[in-house]
Ligand binder design. Sequence first.
Ligand code: NAI
Ligand code: MG
Length: 365
Amino acid sequence: MVEKKNYKLAVIPGDGIGIEVVDSGLKVLRYLADHSDGKFDFETDYFPWGCEYYLENGEMMEKDGLEKIKNHDAIYFGAVGFPGVPDHVSLWGLRIAICQGFDQWANIRPVEFLPNVESKLNHPNVKDLDWVLIRENSEGEYSGIGGRNFTGRGPGNEVAVQSSLFTEKGCERIIRYAFETARQRKRKKVTSVTKSNAQQYGMVLWDEVFERVSKDYPDVETDKWLIDAMAAQFVLHPEELEVVVASNLLADILSDLGSALAGSLGIAASANLNPDHHYPSMFESVHGSAPDIAGKGIANPIGAIGSAALMLEHLGLKEEADLVNQAIKEATSKGYLTADIGGNTQTSEMTDAIINELANIKVKA
Ligand code: NAI
Ligand code: MG
């Protein structure tokens, strides 16, 4: 008999709707584990870190927070940020602290179009579209290098410096990752996005590395764009997109654009990977804590559930991950749609609908 695998997950719900959608994702995982015929199980350790924690303790997570979660198999994350705590404090104190502390240098953000969800794209073949953004997640514009001069120059004269960091090694590993990803896709193509006409140091280094690495992948088509033109390309010719690789900031922006085009920010999943497996990887929806709808029970859980699927895949449970993605599609095609995608299904109903579809798919199989 194959031994049952038992995974240990660190769960950080965070703030706002992060808490609500993480709950949905865990319900889906629980259902799968309970019906896996003994193939896998998981246990969860909850960490109450986030803005509320900050207001009580003066920090976003415990001082030895990273130490506490470094031996877990994966981290399942909601979102951080809430009015009352400056966004840069909450983001740097938790999400970026984990991504950078655990060298989760590859942020994978698939853009998928779901049945029955109205796309914002006017495109003849919208049903056939899907692409994946590969975001550099350890340096670039989010390197945190800079400073502010508060004094000495008088009111109205403050100066701030914010530097981007591009290392040859950092560029190379993410670009290689993109090429490896492309080899697994139906169309083998990588599109690199920069702003190297205006950013003449870091992004020119990126371009040179892209050029060099591409020579190792003669079977993969390449394409190069500047970010402004690429924003237009997302809308005008999305059929040209397969694997898109970009720096931390640029891919962050493009991923919100991609998920909005697919219908809503609420449906986008993401994985922050440490592909070297030295540290746990972290799985979270692309959206933030959405204070405007928090506590109303109407948040779309699809992004978080899709992120749970990415986590399953990362843990070696590819079949289960595919099941989850299929169940999401079945649920939307049957008309289960939360408010952000044009319906009035509540978060909990959407979650139940997806679990119900998991059961249906299993019975059919
Ligand atoms: P946001 O993604 O939280 O919300 C943007 C808009 O999309 C809002 O109108 C919201 O209601 C809607 N939305 C987002 N997710 C949704 C879902 N699942 N279902 C239905 N509607 C959804 O971005 P915003 O408003 O810029 O940021 C809010 C807070 O979240 C800030 O504190 C920000 O710093 C933080 N944030 C955190 C992130 C993270 O933890 N990874 C990522 C982005 C923002
Ligand atoms: Mg973002």
